[in-house]
Design a protein around this ligand. Sequence first.
Ligand code: PLP
Length: 376
Amino acid sequence: MNTFNVYPVYDITPVKAKGSKLWDDKGIEYLDLYGGHAVISIGHSHPRYVKAIQDQVAKLGFYSNSVKMPLQDELALKLGELSGLSDYQLFMSNSGAEANENALKLASFYNGRKNVIAFSKGFHGRTSAAVAATDNPSIQAAINFADHVTILPFNDVEAVKAAINDETCAVIMEGIQGVGGVHVATPEFQMAIREACSKHGAVFIHDSVQCGYGRSGHFFSFQDTELKPDIISMAKGMGNGFPVGGILISPKFEAKYGMLGTTFGGNHLACTAAIAVLDVMKEESLVEKAKELGDYTIDKLKPLLSSGKIKEIRGKGLMIGIEMKEPIKAIRESLIFQDKIFTGASGANTLRLLPSLNVKKEELDTFIEAFRAKLF
Ligand SMILES: Cc1ncc(COP(=O)(O)O)c(C=O)c1O
């Protein structure tokens, strides 16, 4: 049997990883500044994470949500504490798309409406309601086409104020657009959505799947404002590679049995992985580190603007986009094959850096030097 060939891949086979380093099957060492699309938050194979998962799988790897799950309660407690959102409720799933699917569904259960507002260049995943709110026709099949979604320009306060009305079910947005090119939502834009949603009984969904979980230098990227979204979706860094997703649900939503559900979501191993991630984030002050290392990287990248080859450097914390004036394909290939550095891309022209939150300064310097050498 062959695998269904939907992924263009680099000819590299990683077999081992530690911290921000990866080794392939030929023993070649790579620096990982991408974390497999923003997933590696506490570094590959963190000893505490490995031990927690090993111990748990030896005891009980899985049981479904039909029995008591103290591990889910422990996770909710620790997540509430670290994020500062202890009054929210946690529902767990397995991926980012699923988290958004549940967020949109819950919003519709809440106000009985179906019209959704989403934003240009946004990405929310590939399941039915999530992909319908995603501004990319090439990933929508006929079965996904929906006339209930309005796509508006990102960061356009007036457009969003004019569009939200008493028939709006939900507004879904990323705090920092990842796939769309590392575009940071302004505080005014987010507060305008908050105000209009509250006025019209619409639900504000903050898709924090990529920009959440400490990456922005705050636990959630909106936490440099007073903003309180109604639902926050999470995944990626939540499990450091173990497939875990979830939504944080504000106290105004009341749960009913059967309203949402999943077989695998929130199982024993998933909770153990997610708890280990939070414990490491707390002990190693990784949210603060993401801010410090992000500021450091952006400061060191700024002088490279003088090369005349960079259009813009964007981002917050360890979610950084470098938009070039020309396509980045050759630079990215040279970084991976010559310098042995993994980076990501957003569209044709933007290089995306999504390192683990405990990447070392020297490792960031290694990238900056290698990148500088390609510009001058
Ligand atoms: C902002 C955002 N939301 C949702 C998703 C979908 O997550 P997943 O691939 O885990 O379904 C992604 C994935 O890149 C994302 O970046």
